[in-house]
Design a protein around this ligand. Sequence first.
Ligand code: SF4
Length: 100
Amino acid sequence: TYVVTDNCRGCRYTECVTVCPVECFHVDDTMTYIDPENCIDCGGCAPACPVGAIEPDYRLAADKKFWIDVNRKRATETPVISARLPPLPGADERKVALGR
Ligand code: SF4
């Protein structure tokens, strides 16, 4: 499954939502999460993310593996997002700070 990680927090560009063919994405006030029960591993979302927040689970660095559980849990607690939202305030500045 693909996993949303910390770079999304505070940006939440939601480009990922427009490319996902199966409505995997959930959202809260800070970021998006992928429902691992729905993800078909198409890989479309990862290159679509402007801040590189999305990776396949097997490629996550050891210190980012915990995001697998965060996505699984938060996907059960948050609504599906099926259309883009405006990025969070300060997203563009954060993107620059991340070197993107
Ligand atoms: Fe959706 Fe494909 Fe990303 Fe899985 S890998 S969340 S199916 S766009």
